[in-house]
Design a binder for this molecule. Structure first.
Ligand code: HEC
Length: 125
């Protein structure tokens, strides 16, 4: 009997822990962009047919990055204003007229919606 109650209490501790975990993850995704938007942004950024950002930038999680551009790290410190980060991705030639980074929005390389998703992904790096 004692053993049974031990199993019951262990099970309820695990149940409470699982409930706690799912509450935490709900809070995290509600606070910022949803996780799936960030994942979609990552797919677009890493895709050779879309952003192809890894050709030039080192980005966490990306394979075989190039090094002709600054690594994309601590982005919220670099760009406290997210709209400025989006503007950089939309048209890098505004900040640097000689930029070799493709003006993704101005040249319609990826859609406005895709730029939003890539910005969500880059902003949390
Ligand atoms: C052909 C190379 C190239 C590609 C592809 C490229 N970039 Fe860049 N990027 C650069 C260079 C070079 C800079 C440095 C600033 C400049 O020269 O414009 C830069 C700067 C940036 C910056 C500013 C970094 C900082 O710390 O100031 C961000 C953000 C950025 N790129 C995001 C992206 C994203 C997102 C993609 C993919 C959608 C991408 N880049 C694709 C070359 C590239």
């Amino acid at each position: 009997m004692r053993r049974f109650s031990k199993i019951v209490s262990t099970t309820s501790i695990i149940a409470v822990a699982i409930t706690g975990l799912s509450l935490v993850s709900t809070t995290v995704s509600a606070a910022g962009s949803s996780k799936s938007d960030i994942e979609k942004g990552q797919d677009i950024a890493f895709s050779r047919k879309k952003g192809n950002c890894l050709a030039c930038h080192n980005i966490k999680g990306g394979q075989l990055p190039g090094n002709i551009a600054p690594p994309l790290v601590t982005m919220q410190q670099r760009f406290p204003d997210k709209t400025k980060l989006r503007a950089q991705i939309y048209d890098s030639t505004v900040a640097n007229p000689n930029s070799i980074m493709p003006p993704f929005g101005r040249h319609k390389i990826i859609s406005d919606k895709e730029i939003d998703l890539v910005t969500d992904f880059i902003y949390q790096l």
